[in-house]
Design a protein around this ligand. Structure first.
Ligand SMILES: Nc1ncnc2c1ncn2[C@@H]1O[C@H](COP(=O)(O)OP(=O)(O)OP(=O)(O)O)[C@@H](O)[C@H]1O
Length: 546
């Protein structure tokens, strides 16, 4: 029996009541709440932070009748505005990673010999487990030198799942990386490689093409950034690495990872995306650039103009590769490959790889090494629930979720730009702090929202699918699909914005009658079960009290 048939029968367990398909719903029973007007709604993605107390008092509480439409466990308490816990500090290792650590300059010289060792030997490409052999080839720190780990920040105390802990036990030292690179890795708070990093780093260092699939938030970025940072020759004034990503925000984030991990390497890293001044990019390219992180359209433009010279590129990375090979980008990518030398290494990463990648693989890649760490598709640390609602009940249901859940930070996804703006407005009117972001906003506003949300300036972000892929904000512990996505890929990437690096997270899906087939299909495609939301959600499933 298809699962969607029994949703209506489960109301006793506490989820939203499902109206039988044939029974028309009375407007009085399911009418949406009139939403109070809100003068403090600010455009450009900035909704107000929170109403001043005296204005909060003036806000009419949501009508009682509306609460009664919800099953008892979803009804808000009596107060019109529900206090949420204070915004948390960033985990200690993240705060620390942002601080500049002074290193004695002699350390770099002292280790020059070690740093200049040739990159990984062919046995890496043969996939020899490094743990077994590391004792033979890992260079021990010289007696009078601090270890490259000396600048590591305090340990992140949050529990992690096997998605990132299920490794063979390798250490970063096992890969013969430059000492300066190791220092950057440890200062970023990375202690050991994650499974995808263990699989990918040695193969990439050996120069082989890679097609890699691993779960969201398990460290794919460092899995390609570390080997490409190792491969760049700082003395050579040419673009040596191209990192392609589908969105501008992801480009900014990825370039920041390159800068953080490579901060002792003395490399020039440039971001180039649409929505910024082309002239600035052209002027920047007159100076040395070693690593170029770009969205495909802008880079092709610069290559066509002869400004971005790509004939010295040794490796090109395609993050979210399936998206980059979708019809939206495919022509641009193929255009770009005409400028790249035939010897370039190609590294492709994503959590989702449909069949369409095959054509690209056959046409451009040379016997790629394939990594698939996704026997199981969803993250172990992310608990998934659905609440069955009528369209007009959604805002009230969200209000209840805000009141009941321990949200550190949340991302709330809508299926269109219009709905993002409307929902942000309604959330603000309910008295909660909220930003919004979508692709039709000015880039400068997008950047500000991204920056401020990441820094914890606001608890909730309403987003279109712009933030579905790749965005890494470790404090996000709750994702809400206000609108249920249409495809399993989108669903997987969206819920993967919580539960980063094996931490715990919660995904709540608001499901309407029309969504039920889609819910069933996505559950089937992902071989997962999305449970009805219980009357109270155990905070231990998603909230770290530390
Ligand atoms: N070895 C490591 N040790 C500790 N933290 C790590 C390690 N590798 C990556 N991280 C952290 O894990 C988080 C997720 O990493 P990343 O964004 O690379 O995941 P991803 O697999 O690319 O996710 P997505 O599929 O969503 O793009 C980041 O905050 C990153 O700093």
């Amino acid at each position: 029996m298809p699962r969607y048939q029994h949703y209506g029968a489960q109301t006793a367990q506490g989820q939203m009541p499902m109206p039988p398909p044939s029974r028309p719903q009375s407007a009085a029973q399911y009418a949406g709440a009139p939403v109070p007007q809100m003068a403090h709604y600010a455009p450009h993605g900035y909704a107000q932070q929170a109403l001043p107390p005296q204005q909060q008092a003036q806000q009419p509480p949501p009508p009682q009748q509306q609460h009664m439409m919800l099953p008892p466990h979803m009804r808000p308490q009596s107060a019109p505005h529900y206090p949420q816990p204070p915004l948390p500090q960033q985990p200690p290792h993240l705060q620390h990673a942002q601080q500049q650590l002074g290193y004695p300059t002699h350390a770099a010289q002292h280790y020059a010999a070690y740093a200049q060792q040739p990159p990984a030997q062919p046995q890496h490409a043969q996939h020899v487990p490094l743990a077994a052999s590391s004792a033979q080839h890992a260079a021990p720190p010289l007696p009078d030198q601090p270890s490259a780990r000396a600048g590591a920040p305090p340990k992140d105390p949050r529990p992690k799942t096997e998605d990132v802990t299920g490794t063979r036990g390798n250490d970063f030292e096992d890969y013969f990386l430059k000492r300066e690179l190791l220092m950057g890795i440890f200062e970023a708070g990375f202690e050991r490689p994650s499974p995808i990093q263990e699989e990918s780093i040695p193969i990439a260092l050996a120069g082989r093409d890679i097609l890699a699939r691993a779960k969201n938030g398990t460290g794919k970025t460092a899995a390609f950034v570390i080997p490409v940072l190792e491969r760049v020759d700082p003395a050579k004034a040419a673009i040596q690495i191209v990192l392609l990503v589908p969105t501008r925000e992801l480009a900014l984030q990825t370039s920041q990872v390159c800068k953080d991990l490579g901060k002792h390497l003395g490399l020039e890293i440039m971001v180039s995306t649409g929505g910024t001044s082309l002239k600035d990019d052209i002027l920047r390219l007159y100076n040395t650039v070693h690593i170029l992180v770009a969205t495909p359209g802008r880079l092709l433009d610069l290559a066509n103009k002869g400004v971005a010279v790509l004939n010295q590129v040794v490796a090109v990375v395609m993050d979210e590769a399936d998206k980059l090979l979708s019809p939206d980008f495919q022509a641009l990518i193929e255009g770009l490959f005409e400028y790249l030398p035939p010897t370039r290494q190609i590294l492709c990463y994503s959590a989702t790889f449909p069949i369409k990648v095959k054509d690209f693989k056959d046409k451009f890649m040379r016997q790629p090494y394939e990594i698939n760490l996704m026997e199981e598709l969803t993250l172990k640390g992310v608990t998934q629930y659905y609440a069955f609602v009528e369209e007009r009940q959604k805002v009230q249901c969200l209000n209840t979720l805000f009141a009941k859940l321990q949200i550190n930070q949340s991302i709330i996804f809508c299926n269109s730009v219009n709905r993002v703006e409307l929902l942000a407005k309604k959330i603000t009117e309910l008295g909660y702090s909220c930003f919004y972001i979508h692709a039709k906003m000015l880039q400068s506003h997008r950047n500000r929202v991204f920056h401020d949300f990441r820094n914890g300036a606001c608890r909730n972000l309403v987003s279109s699918d712009l933030f579905t892929r790749g965005i890494d904000i470790p404090s996000v512990n709750v994702v809400i699909n206000f609108d249920f996505p249409r495809s399993a890929e989108t669903y997987l990437h969206r819920i993967g914005r919580s539960g980063r690096f094996g931490h715990l997270g919660l995904a709540v899906n608001l499901i309407t009658f029309d969504d039920r087939f889609n819910l069933y299909k996505i559950e089937k495609d992902l071989e997962t079960t999305i449970q009805p939301i219980p009357p109270s959600v155990n905070p231990e499933l998603y909230a770290f009290s530390g």
